[in-house]
Design a protein around this ligand. Structure first.
Ligand code: G4P
Length: 532
């Protein structure tokens, strides 16, 4: 198979949603279609039970499960599909944001009763920032939910993206009869059946045909016709380019648990979603068909066995062919390294691979050589941009509880932050360590892992910061003046960038007013271009 064909047949994407909208269920159904699993229930939910936020065993289980299901690869209709899993728990949101840098598109699930929720909004913000193509799946149509037009309006208003329904529901909840797929004019009749793989599908040339009345009843048929007319009147014609540019999100309706509407979603997805796209690097935009291998690490996972500190680095291949035992440049540390045991994640079994292509994600055993965001390349050295750090929401000062173990603590917190468990900001004087996270749970993870993996004990003192802001300016003098004036609230991030730790929105606003030449950013991604 030619190199171009290998690239073209790949689809690398993530399924994202607010917890409970149906991500685990939909993932499982997609894997059933691909034959990657045979029975329902094989995909474990990676949710930490809401009631057990401080249960360390749950944290450990979560780590174990999420390694196993980090990447789920399967084949369907000649396509090679890589689903990148994202953690369900909101305290791990930062992990999800990073994973989104490694995909080419996403499927966003909305619960038809809840509509747009908090996590949906945040995830969509990241997609918008990166112009990631989004397909929306409105789930749980077998349950009582909201009116389809209302949901679509809410999507447009709250997520700030245009939508375009490509299927349309017939009723909802107890009146739900199925969906009409607009793009290929099929009537897909609903039957509640969790193990169902094929649905009752009828081709309809004309929605006005009497057959439609026969199948769903006169009243539902009339409503369907009226609503379809309204859809055509309200929404612009669907253009694949608008979706690929991240400007329009096509919408499908269904019920994941009943495996209803899932096949249509998958097939439409395979037809319109992008094959692997290139990424911006420090030496320009690298296309996937560039024959020199390159890729970047977007996730690092600690080994489950605390006695062995080796880790798995997840690398997304951007260009060229990756080969086992071939030397590649590791730009940041300026070394050439090769990998004897790179793994793929086909059908949940980790197995050693000899080669991999753009869009693929491979696991590299790591003994501490990788940080999130590191790049590997063949030939020229390069560094990919765009593994963003978002401003944490909770800040604590890390204090050493055992002076004899200061070194272990330093090493441990450094490695954990390299893995992306939290962000570390160093404040002077005194090298004070401010740890920032998006959720409370990470502090428990850090404390637990420092003790069990590094033998170091720590405590945390809350810091009342509102945001960490990265800064850019064309007026260096003003920036230096600001840094001097605000020493107590200035720290350095892992890359030695200055950040301003703003205590309140008001104080940030004051800083913006008093230092108009400084731009304050809530993400370190401010300079990044994601498309050619
Ligand atoms: P998540 O990964 O996005 O958090 O959601 P998950 O798939 O775990 O689904 C959350 C709950 O919603 C599950 O119920 C699941 O069975 C249910 N669900 C998913 N899709 C549908 C659907 O199309 N219709 C209906 N009615 N329910 C759906 P649970 O009670 O929390 O868990 P379980 O005991 O069923 O596993």
């Amino acid at each position: 198979m030619s190199f171009e064909t290998e690239i073209e047949k790949r689809r690398t994407f993530a399924i994202i949603s607010h917890p409970d909208a149906g991500k685990t269920t939909l993932t499982e159904k997609l894997l059933l279609f691909g034959g990657a699993i045979q029975t329902a229930g094989a995909v474990k939910s990676n949710k930490i039970k809401k009631t057990a936020t401080s249960d360390f065993m749950e944290i450990e289980k979560q780590r174990g499960i999420s390694v196993a299901t980090s990447v789920m690869a399967f084949k369907y209709n000649g396509k090679q599909i890589n689903i990148l899993d994202t953690p369900g728990h909101k305290d791990f949101a930062e992990d999800t944001y990073r994973t989104l840098t490694a995909v080419d598109s996403v499927i966003l699930i909305i619960d038809c009763a809840s509509g747009v929720e908090e996590q949906t909004r945040k995830l969509m913000e990241v997609c918008r920032m990166r112009q990631t193509p989004v397909i929306v799946f409105i789930n749980k149509m077998d349950r009582e939910g909201r009116d389809a037009f209302d949901l679509l309006d809410e999507l447009e208003n709250e997520l700030k993206i245009k939508v375009r329904p490509l299927s349309w529901p017939i009723g909802i909840g107890h009146t739900f009869q199925g969906v009409y797929t607009i793009f290929n004019k099929e009537l897909n009749l609903f039957s509640a059946n969790k193990t169902n793989i094929s649905d009752d599908i009828i081709n309809i040339d004309d929605v006005n045909a009497p057959l439609v009345d026969e199948m769903i009843g006169e009243e539902a048929a009339t409503t369907l016709r009226e609503e379809l007319e309204l859809v055509e009147g309200v929404y612009d014609e669907f253009k694949v380019e608008d979706y690929l540019d991240g400007n329009v999100a096509p919408v499908f309706f269904g019920s994941a648990i009943n495996n209803f509407g899932v096949k249509e979603l998958l097939e439409a997805f395979l037809e319109i979603s992008p094959s692997p796209i290139g990424r911006e690097s420090n030496i320009g935009f690298i296309e996937p068909n560039n024959d020199k291998f390159s890729g970047f690490v977007f996730k690092i996972h600690a080994n489950l066995d605390p006695k062995h500190r080796d880790r798995i680095a997840f690398l997304r291949i951007v260009s060229g062919k990756f080969e086992r035992n071939k030397f590649y440049n590791h730009s940041r540390i300026d070394k050439k390294i090769k990998f004897a045991n790179p793994t793929s994640f086909m059908a949940q079994d980790k197995s050693i691979i000899d080669e991999a292509y753009p869009g693929d994600v491979i696991g590299l055993y790591d003994t501490g050589t990788f940080k999130i965001g590191d790049s590997l390349s063949e030939g020229v050295k390069l560094q990919y941009k765009g593994i963003p750090s978002f401003s944490p929401e909770i800040f604590m000062e890390l204090e050493n509880k055992d002076p004899m173990k200061a070194k272990q603590l330093d090493k441990g917190i450094k490695q954990l932050t390299d893995e992306g468990v939290a962000q570390l900001f160093i404040q002077q004087p005194g090298n004070r360590k401010i740890v920032g996270t998006v959720g409370q749970l990470q502090f428990e993870v850090i404390q637990y892992r420092l003790e069990h993996e590094y033998g170091a004990k720590c405590s945390f003192t809350p810091k009342r910061y509102f945001k960490a802001c990265w800064m850019t300016t064309h007026n260096e003098e003003q920036l230096n003046k600001f840094i001097r004036a605000k020493t107590q609230h200035i720290a350095k991030d892992k890359d030695d960038n200055y950040v301003f730790l703003a205590e309140t929105p008001f104080l940030l606003q004051m800083a913006q007013q008093d230092y108009p030449d400084i731009t304050f950013h809530f993400t370190s991604d401010f300079k990044i271009k994601t498309k050619a």
